[in-house]
Design a protein around this ligand. Structure first.
Ligand SMILES: Cc1ncc(COP(=O)(O)O)c(C=O)c1O
Length: 468
């Protein structure tokens, strides 16, 4: 074990980190959240900005009253903040607010100007389903392969570009994997995509909270044409997300959702749409969500994205080092602590032939450690990383369709946020060691339909913690 007090702690700038949660033995413990790749806790700056803004909150865009005008001003400022944060040029790019990354990808899929000749989208086998399924609905999708270690196979990327020469309209690729933390070389891929006459979209759901994003001007061959992000993964859980993309794309065509707030003229038989971004924000927007996202960005910028990356690389290197001490633990993807700075702090593993559901349950019920388990909305990637044969995969699909998820292949995933600390990793490693050695208190029962493990006799009164 190393020295476990980190040089810097960011705990103070977050909400709720000292809250104690109940354990199976009747005690309480400060919750350890290692599920940041799913959603992150709120920053205090976000809570304060929302509280402050709510006293002025009013309708945006069409109101003439002071509060409406102030709300419109704040909403538009939030838009500028997002553009600046991702290195976009407001003359070339627009920021369209929506619900989350999934909605942003779906919007681009419906709004992208495919042509008869160019109707292929290259994605990869490591994508989250949200950056795969929307494309299948509108284009021919080609999946670039991965290497056995779970990296994007760049040789296969080149091969696909060549094989579909003249037909690839768009490359849509993850900026960072939500399973292994792998960081595809997005700017190099962008250069190749552009050289092949295609555009590139980058799913920044995981990248945005952890790394600086720079879309670069459209004149730069390595620029990014579109990016997607979700505020709830960026410490601003108020239901917003953003699609930042080329203005020229959204100047064309009809919006995917139709209604108020996006039109210049409507007669009984004619519509003139507004310019972007309004054209693509039908209905009343989530103003509070946009303010929350901008407040989170201001806080992240004040800390500095390099400092964020450095702290998280320290956590990741330490976690990989400590986890590798457990002989029965298998890490998927890159497990070398020396390369911790070249990936995100997302680490998937399995231990001592115990099914992932059980490990996650014991960590939660007996140690107050929140992790994620399963397939992380990336089924093809998981099956490849785990070397699941086609025969086994067939059996798994059969079991799922029979509503039996008890033996679905999966992993346990820990994922770090800015506020996590080295001492929390020590607690996790100690817990995993105990689990490996069969030292745990509960008697667990597995639910057939969900596959989840529940401790017998466990009851908790959630109303005691939160109620309306
Ligand atoms: C890489 C990646 N893309 C897309 C998504 C979807 O994000 P959201 O659920 O916010 O739409 C996620 C969520 O985990 C993700 O990790």
């Amino acid at each position: 074990m190393q020295e476990t007090s980190p040089a810097i702690t960011y705990r103070d700038v977050f909400v709720g980190l000292d809250v104690e949660t109940p354990l199976l033995d009747g005690s309480r413990r400060r919750y350890i959240n290692f599920d940041n790749a799913a959603s992150t806790p709120a920053l205090r700056a976000v809570q304060e900005a929302v509280n402050n803004f709510l006293q002025y909150y009013s309708s945006v865009h069409r109101g003439t009253g002071f509060k409406s005008q102030l709300s419109t001003h704040a909403y538009e400022q939030a838009r500028q903040t997002v553009l600046r944060f991702v290195g976009a040029d407001p003359n070339e790019h627009v920021c369209i607010f929506g619900k989350n990354t999934t909605e942003a990808v779906n919007k681009l899929a419906r709004r992208f100007p495919f042509s008869r000749e160019r109707n292929v989208v290259l994605v990869s086998t490591l994508e989250h389903h949200s950056n795969d399924l929307p494309w299948r609905a509108v284009a021919e999708v080609v999946h670039v392969d991965i290497t056995p270690e779970g990296r994007l196979d760049e040789a296969d990327f080149d091969r696909c570009l060549e094989q579909y020469k003249g037909r690839v309209a768009l490359v849509s690729i993850s900026g960072a994997s939500n399973v292994t933390g792998f960081l595809p070389p997005i700017h190099r891929l962008a250069e190749k995509a552009h050289a092949a006459g295609a555009q590139i979209a980058v799913d920044c759901a995981q990248l945005a909270p952890h790394r600086k994003i720079d879309m670069r001007p459209l004149s730069d061959p390595a620029h990014l044409d579109y990016i997607f992000l979700s505020a709830h993964k960026m410490y601003a859980p108020f239901g917003t997300g953003a699609l930042v993309g080329r203005r020229d794309t959204f100047m064309q065509g009809d919006p995917d959702l139709r209604g108020g707030g996006e039109v210049e003229i409507v007669t009984l038989d004619q519509v003139v749409w507004s310019d972007p971004p309004e054209r693509d924000e039908a209905g009343s927007p989530n103003t509070v969500g946009a303010i929350a996202l901008a407040a989170a960005i201001h806080q992240l910028e004040a800390i500095g994205m390099d400092a964020v990356a450095q702290h998280e690389a320290e956590l990741t290197a330490y976690a990989l080092t400590r986890l590798r001490e457990l002989p029965a633990l298998r890490i998927y993807g890159d497990s070398d602590p020396a390369r911790a700075g070249e990936r995100l702090g997302v680490i998937p593993f399995n231990i001592c032939n115990r099914i992932h559901y059980e490990v996650a349950a014991i960590l939660g019920y007996e140690y107050g450690i929140g992790v994620r388990n399963g397939c992380f909305c990336a089924h093809p990637y998981l099956l490849r990383l785990m070397n699941v044969s086609e025969e086994e995969a067939k059996q798994v699909r059969h079991n799922i369709l029979s509503n039996d998820r008890r033996r679905i292949p999966g992993m346990v995933r820990i994922s770090f946020g800015l506020y996590n600390e080295l001492a929390e990793i020590d607690m996790l490693v100690e817990a995993l060691q105990n689990i490996c050695e069969g030292r745990y208190r509960g008697v667990y029962v597995q639910d057939t339909a969900s596959g989840q493990f529940f401790p017998q006799g466990w009851q908790v009164n959630y109303e005691a913690y939160f109620h309306f």
